[in-house]
Design a protein around this ligand. Structure first.
Ligand code: N01
Length: 535
């Protein structure tokens, strides 16, 4: 290395979720001097921040865990879809087993990071006012680190409490006897609603778009069952990397239009009974690219759900005759009795399309239809996905270029990891990579392995610097947009399209295939990191 003054670290990782922890493990084992910082008090990433009642993962055991043998062999889950407390315990187990704690500084947020051309180092300002320098900057913030709270007039005068689901108080909030207003019916909203309906004196759900939720089919898991199943884990973990969503299987090869109605319905029914997200990722080949095929899936979903809705006034609101968007172009959520809560006297549904929120009052929410009293408002209103957390980190590259400026017109990134003008920086689980479309640990491992190999290659080849080539960055950004245009995703106003944040440029925020991504990243590595300017 040509630097006159050595940096404090070879690499600083920001974020202690799946991506950050995996990178830490890989880079430490590869002999790098590495530090991980995170504002949270404990590792877990979103499982630290999203500790709202009912928060649990939507991928079944053993999909949502690391493939590292010493970790999975010494761990057992209690449920098919584990909750946030257990996921946090899992992260502690990972850090214990891999002996990662000495390189982790929890409770250390990053206020800013800027690149110094003279020293070829990144300098990070931590919340503690300390500064650390590093050769490589590796933000691993997850796609959902920046919560979005709509700007409703009057919120500042509300005299009860309000929380976003991703900033839920760590000490918890007792919902019993409360008058809860829940805004948003995405994955987070559904989970809060199911819990709040059990004990709130009143739960009012403010729905803009109905969620197309699938049955979770939760069940308890015994250690004995898992010991038996572990014989197949290595194969499952290998398969995850070869599927489009990073799961244990993918869509069928056959079109929904090639089979007769009986066979089609039988497949839908089979997926429905299996539970989880399989109705989404193990469905017919053209579910997400052909409107007619998609409509068959929607109609099946609608009829299943309608059969569970007791109040006839809510049928059209919760499961409309016509799809609000093609099935699966917004993330389907998993539910456990969600549609049944609407039969309870303490639960009400407000249709925001018919009666939008006008303002928040000190003790109520006012819509076109009048006021509904509440003493707790829960914002399950989602995230500025992909870019929000990265922009908030105040990252400045060469020539004082800020990331927010670089992404002014739209998010751009080569391989969904590198941005021109930001040398020696790679982010994991970022925009234009599979991230939000993928099972989390699968993406974390694919990108973690690739990043580690790249840094080792640099070390072995005496390379000091890399930076995304602007043409390669543009090419990748265009390619993701074109891939998206071949699907039905652009037809939904979803966070996948950036459509949930006022003023955000509409673009597909994720690369739509894990296996395709792996192949492209391998090609780049095999061609001596084509698309990077190497110095
Ligand atoms: O956020 P969302 P989320 N006025 O953006 C509504 C992952 N996740 O936190 O659909 C009124 O999906 C918005 O309405 P609409 C998962 O990948 C996973 O629920 O835009 N309403 C929508 O109903 C997921 O996809 C798990 O019309 C407003 C809701 O708020 C992602 O995180 C659990 C509004 C936001 O839904 C995000 O999920 C939780 C406004 N101004 C999350 N603005 C598991 O694995 C937004 N909304 C279990």
């Amino acid at each position: 290395m040509s630097n006159r003054v050595s940096p404090d670290y070879d690499a600083v990782i920001v974020g202690a979720g799946f991506s950050g922890i995996y990178l830490l493990h890989k880079l430490r084992d590869a002999g790098f001097n590495v530090l991980l910082v995170d504002a949270a008090a404990q590792p877990g990433g979103i499982w630290y921040w999203n500790c709202y009642p009912g928060a649990r993962v939507d991928s079944q055991v053993p999909l949502y865990e690391f493939s590292i043998p010493e970790v999975w062999k010494s761990w057992a889950w209690s449920e098919r879809f584990p909750g946030w407390e257990e996921l946090r315990a899992y992260f502690r187990h990972v850090c214990d087993t891999l002996d990662l704690w000495p390189m982790m500084r929890m409770g250390s947020g990053v206020r800013g990071a800027h690149y110094e051309k003279e020293t070829k180092q990144w300098r990070l300002q931590l919340d503690s006012d300390k500064t650390v320098s590093t050769r490589f900057l590796l933000p691993a913030l997850g796609f959902a680190s920046k919560p979005y709270v709509p700007n409703f007039p009057g919120l500042e005068d509300f005299e009860g409490q309000w929380f976003h689901t991703a900033r839920w108080p760590q000490q918890g909030v007792d919902l019993s006897g409360r008058k809860v207003a829940l805004i948003g019916t995405g994955a987070s909203g559904v989970q809060v609603a199911q819990e709040a309906a059990k004990s709130a004196s009143k739960l009012t759900l403010y729905q803009r778009t109905p969620i197309l939720a699938l049955p979770m089919q939760q069940k308890k898991l015994s250690e004995e069952d898992q010991e038996r199943d572990k014989k197949g884990y290595a194969a499952i973990f290998e398969t995850r990397k070869q599927t489009s969503g990073g799961f244990e299987c993918q869509s069928l090869d056959v079109s929904a239009l090639e089979v007769d109605e009986k066979a089609r319905t039988a497949h839908f029914e089979d997926l429905w009974q299996q539970g989880g997200l399989r109705f989404w990722y193990h469905n017919f080949a053209d579910l997400l690219i052909n409107r007619e095929a998609n409509r068959h899936a929607y109609d099946f979903w609608r009829d299943k759900v309608r059969a569970r809705i007791v109040n006839p006034n809510l049928v059209e609101l919760l499961a409309p005759s016509e799809p609000p968007h093609p099935f699966g172009t917004k993330r389907p959520s998993l539910e456990q009795g969600y549609y049944e809560i609407f039969a309870q006297e303490n639960v009400a549904l407000v249709d925001l399309k018919a009666t939008p929120i006008i303002r928040v009052k000190p003790h109520a929410i006012e819509t076109d239809d009048g006021e509904m009293e509440c003493d707790l408002i829960v914002f399950a209103t989602g995230f500025d996905a992909g870019r929000g957390g990265l922009i908030d980190m105040n990252i400045t590259g060469t020539n004082s270029l800020s990331l927010s400026h670089a992404w002014e017109d739209r998010v751009r990134a080569y391989l969904g990891m590198a941005v021109a003008g930001f040398p020696n920086m790679l982010f994991a689980y970022g925009p234009l990579s599979p991230s939000g479309f993928s099972n989390g640990p699968t993406s974390a491992e694919i990108q973690g392995d690739w990043i580690c190999d790249f840094l080792v290659w640099m070390r072995e080849n005496g390379v000091d610097l890399f930076e995304a080539d602007p043409a390669a960055e543009t090419g990748w950004t265009e390619m993701v947009a074109q891939a998206g245009a071949m699907t039905l995703f652009p037809e939904a106003d979803s966070w996948y399209m950036g459509a949930n944040i006022p003023g955000k440029k509409r673009q597909l925020i994720n690369f739509p295939s894990v296996s395709g991504y792996v192949a492209l990243c391998e090609d780049v590595a095999n061609e001596e990191y084509r698309g990077f300017v190497i110095d």
